[in-house]
Design a protein around this ligand. Structure first.
Ligand SMILES: [Mn+2]
Length: 464
């Protein structure tokens, strides 16, 4: 019979500990444990962002309010505030991050989480609570209950550090609160700490968000890949007589089937004249023979959103006029890409190049106007946690930023709306097209339509 381990002579226990150590140490060295991740990003990245922000905002404390869950999931799915997510990776509602230059109980990065509530959790599922486990999984110095925030702020403001010139840096707009939670927080700060001015610190975070980490770039690539899957499905379902919403359904199904959490913005599926309406997203109309169909969609994966547009001929073939104008839009995109000079080009430089290319075309529309007159929106924007991501357009496009280049030509009188939009990573040496696998040459789009038409597995709705 075995003796219980506890009653063994101590010398054997020590010996077996050493033996175990000697046995496991080399194995552990061979297979290092993977670095902890949060929302498919290294935990260390979130910490590095907090450190960086803390280094920049030294003259006071920084508060980052997360979103609250208002309706127990009835009116909408809960999604976290982008800046809060960027700095914490925390997807739970009702949380607040505090960064303090003078430590509170030894902590400089404190995450406030609502106390766990079994009643609410019956409705919306288990949430992390303010405990040691949260400190570890979110990599913060300390996790405290949100109802302790007021007390912590009072204690901090009584320390010698808080003398003249100290501020509260709020990563939210204090004057135009995003929601009730921010409004309540601002009211409380003004009441409890009237001596401390509240300053909007969002721009500091915006500049950080502009440059993506390798993990963020990988997530954007994944969002682009999922969006590409949706574009592969479009030719199988598009035909004269179908409805815009049928294509939207195909896009959404493909997004969800591939693990996207939602479209990063409302899907735009516009046929005919609707193709000339920039943010058309009613998607209710029938698509007619000879129409062009603009499909502008982007999957959101782990918070990061792609933004891609293709224009399809409903019947599988561009008319000569449609194709000629399509070629001009494509040439404008190519001109913008070619004009890019690393470290120098701003978005406005690329816009000029695209406009010049349109103006150089001999084609005319309306009252004999050059086609640049029918390009009525910006050439592109940053993408990231938001489809129109934050960043500074006045400076040269920095390496690590991800942008769209999306020339469009819209001539409502001719029922012609064309937009071609791709996503590009800005690097030290040039632009890398992330959506290059999604065909955009007109002949490639026609071929895809014809291939889909021939394939016996082609799906059409009951109306076929
Ligand atoms: Mn866009």
């Amino acid at each position: 019979m075995f003796r219980p381990l506890a009653s063994r002579p101590p010398v054997i226990a020590i010996f077996s500990c050493l033996f175990l150590f000697a046995w496991t140490a080399p194995r552990a060295a061979e297979t290092p444990r993977p670095a902890p991740t949060l929302a498919e990003q290294p935990l260390a990245d979130f910490k590095a962002r907090r450190d960086q922000l803390q280094k920049q905002l030294t003259d006071g404390i920084t508060l980052v309010p997360g979103r609250v869950e208002e309706s127990l999931g009835v009116s909408e799915k809960f999604f976290q505030d982008e800046n809060f997510f960027y700095l914490t990776g925390v997807e739970a509602p009702g949380a607040v991050l505090l960064l303090t230059p003078t430590p509170y109980q030894g902590a400089r990065q404190i995450l406030f989480l609502p106390r766990r509530n079994p009643q609410t959790e019956r409705w919306t599922g288990p949430q992390p609570g303010p405990d040691r486990e949260a400190e570890q999984s979110f990599g913060v110095d300390k996790a405290l209950p949100t109802d302790a925030l007021a007390q912590v702020l009072r204690e901090l403001s009584a320390t010698p550090y808080f003398k003249d010139g100290c501020k509260i840096h709020l990563v939210a707009n204090p004057d135009e609160a995003r929601d009730r939670a921010v409004q309540r927080l601002v009211e409380r700060l003004r009441r409890d700490l009237p001596a401390l001015p509240i300053q909007d610190a969002r721009s500091a975070v915006s500049l950080m968000r502009m440059r993506k980490t390798p993990a963020e770039i990988a997530l954007l690539k994944k969002a682009v890949r999922i969006t590409g899957e949706a574009f592969q499905e479009i030719p199988k379902h598009l035909a004269a007589g179908c409805y815009e919403y049928e294509l939207e359904a195909v896009v959404l199904a493909t997004f969800y089937r591939n693990g996207a959490e939602r479209p990063g913005y409302p899907c735009i599926v516009g046929g005919g004249r609707n193709a000339t309406i920039l943010h058309y997203n009613r998607n209710r109309d029938q698509i007619l023979d000879g129409d062009l169909v603009v499909v502008d969609v982007g999957a959101q994966y782990r918070g990061y959103t792609a933004d891609i547009t293709r224009t399809f001929p409903a019947n599988g073939q561009f008319t000569p006029r449609q194709r000629a104008i399509y070629e001009v839009a494509l040439a404008a995109q190519e001109a913008a890409v070619k004009a890019f000079t690393p470290g120098k080009s701003r978005m406005s430089d690329l816009t000029l190049a695209a406009r010049d290319a349109m103006r150089a075309s001999p084609l005319r529309a309306g009252k004999q106007l050059t086609l640049d007159n029918f390009f009525i929106h910006g050439l592109g924007h940053f993408i990231g946690l938001n489809v129109h991501d934050v960043g500074d357009y006045a400076q040269p496009l920095p390496p690590g930023s991800v942008i769209t280049i999306e020339p469009g030509i819209y001539i409502p009188e001719e029922r012609i709306g064309i937009r071609i939009e791709d996503d590009y990573l800005v690097t030290e040496t040039g632009l890398v097209k992330l959506s290059g696998d999604i065909p955009s040459r007109p002949e490639a789009i026609e071929q895809a339509m014809q291939r889909a038409r021939r394939s016996p597995g082609r799906t059409r709705s009951a109306k076929d």
